[in-house]
Design a protein around this ligand. Structure first.
Ligand code: ATP
Ligand code: MG
Length: 471
């Protein structure tokens, strides 16, 4: 899987090379051959016409001796690299660039027919068995007294055409070779800027698959791959913390379940085997009830927390009187506040103060904050609950005079199972889940909560709720 991309690039490059060279070998070669042959034929034809008009007609008009004419033809033949014949209708060679003997022998080309040459622009043949190789021949008629009495024939070996063609083809091959080499450069750039980062991404993904979220992914490119790498890094960080959180959560839950269970089991066993005498059992049964209540509370809180997933919680938003809710909630703490001699000061805005929220969840928030305030208050102190309205928000503050929260713990109190060291002595029943639930509930409402605390002086929690729109 890893090597596939590189392999495809290399195979693609090789196929590109093979196709390129095949195309040049077939199409360019054919094109060049036709082009060179037709061009050569055209220039030979021009020469033939020139000879026909200026020399041959001169010969027939007796201004030129046959010998002079033959010498001139020889010179032109060398220059053109072609054999020149002047023949009559019957194929008798009147004069040729080749041999002077023709002049006397009047050699005749057997089967000569001028129609053989006039069918196209040029012909390719062995010129009536006179040559052992293929010849490119063109002709031009010599007109005398408005009659074509004889013809000038120019024959050049076709091998010359092939030579010129292969010269041109070499140029094409060279150009292709340069293009091919340059495309290797493109392949190299692709390799460096695409393949290597992709390989890094794959390697990192494999590490993250195995839970190794510490594996670093260093791709610093300002392009799509760089963006993917940044997303990858973000994801691994999130996954890493998520896994760590989960591990911590499970170990905390197990711990919080185990300690009450151990003490329940220990006392129950001691009672069963008679280690604890019947007259003492009453006291230890109270401990067992206390521990069972703790377990019940823990289970309830875990179930509550479980409702708030990453997909959010469906709230039952209604408009209700917050003042009334605060008063009712405070009342539920009457007994315990009496025991601790704690006074509640309620400073509420207006007679009624309507907000839009999920009433049962806001009750839970208030319960948790007031429960904490009472638990961590000094005896004979006051707890102030105040509501203020600013713009379209209600600020609810729960302020106690108690042990306070150390600075280093302020950020951690929202974590599940977190308890400050000083609070442990004050409250044995607490699980450290209350504020985590409070935070989740307010998050689900898209509202905020803040805490201000001074150690040994007191703590104030302030959260917001939206003023009711319908009132
Ligand atoms: P639970 O709410 O599950 O009964 P808990 O009260 O210990 O347990 P949280 O409500 O989450 O848990 O509070 C977390 C911790 O924050 C507490 O254990 C305590 O250390 C600290 N804390 C919370 N409220 C106060 C407060 N008003 N004064 C001092 N410390 C506080
Ligand atoms: Mg609490």
């Amino acid at each position: 899987m890893k090597k596939k991309l590189l392999l495809r690039l290399i195979i693609g490059y090789i196929i590109f090379g093979i196709l390129g060279f095949t195309a040049v070998a077939i199409f360019t070669a054919q094109y060049n051959e036709n082009y060179v042959r037709e061009n050569t034929a055209a220039s030979l034809h021009r020469e033939a016409s020139l000879i026909a008009s200026s020399y041959a007609s001169g010969n027939f008009s007796s201004q030129l001796t046959l010998n002079e004419f033959q010498r001139q033809l020889s010179a032109i033949s060398t220059y053109l690299d072609a054999d020149i014949y002047v023949v009559d209708n019957t194929g008798t060679i009147l004069v040729s660039s080749l041999e002077t003997s023709y002049l006397n022998n009047q050699k005749k080309i057997s089967d000569f027919d001028i129609l053989d040459f006039s069918s196209g622009y040029y012909t390719l043949s062995d010129f009536y068995n006179n040559y052992s190789e293929s010849m490119l021949c063109v002709y031009s008629p010599i007109t005398y007294n408005y009659r074509a009495s004889s013809y000038v024939l120019l024959c050049m070996p076709d091998a010359h055409i092939m030579e010129m063609k292969s010269g041109l083809l070499d140029g094409a091959y060279l150009t292709l070779l340069i293009v091919y080499a340059l495309s290797l450069l493109i392949l190299l750039i692709c390799f460096l800027s695409v393949h290597l980062p992709v390989k890094k991404l794959i390697r990192a993904a494999m590490h993250y698959n195995h839970g190794d979220y510490d594996y670093p992914l260093a791709i610093h490119q300002n392009d799509e791959l760089g963006y993917i790498a940044a997303s990858f890094n973000y994801m691994r960080h999130e996954l890493g913390t998520l896994e760590e959180d989960q591990r911590k959560f499970v170990s905390n839950v197990s711990h919080d379940f185990r300690s009450p269970l151990t003490s329940i089991k220990g006392y129950a066993q001691a009672m069963a085997d008679g280690t604890i005498p019947p007259q003492m059992q009453e006291r230890y049964l109270q401990v067992i009830i206390f521990e069972t209540e703790r377990l019940e509370k823990l289970t309830q809180e875990l179930l509550e927390l479980n409702q708030y997933g990453s997909r959010g919680y469906l709230l039952d938003i209604t408009s209700f009187d917050l003042n009334q809710t605060i008063k009712m909630t405070v009342q539920t703490f009457e007994q315990i506040s009496l025991e601790k001699q704690i006074r509640f000061d309620l400073i509420l805005t207006g007679n009624e103060l309507y907000v839009d929220a999920d009433i049962s969840k806001i009750q839970l928030v208030l319960q948790n904050l007031i429960d904490n305030a009472i638990k961590f208050s000094h005896t004979s102190s006051a707890i102030k609950i105040e509501t203020t309205v600013k713009n379209d928000k209600v600020f609810i503050s729960v302020k106690d005079h108690g042990i306070g929260i150390p600075k280093e713990s302020i950020g951690k109190i929202w974590e599940r199972f977190y308890k400050t060291d000083i609070s442990r002595g004050k409250d044995k029943k607490g699980t450290g889940l209350g504020l985590a639930i409070v935070k989740e509930i307010l998050n689900a409402h898209h509202e905020n909560i803040n805490v201000i605390s001074t150690i040994e002086v007191g703590t104030e929690f302030i959260f917001t709720l939206p003023l009711s729109k319908s009132r």
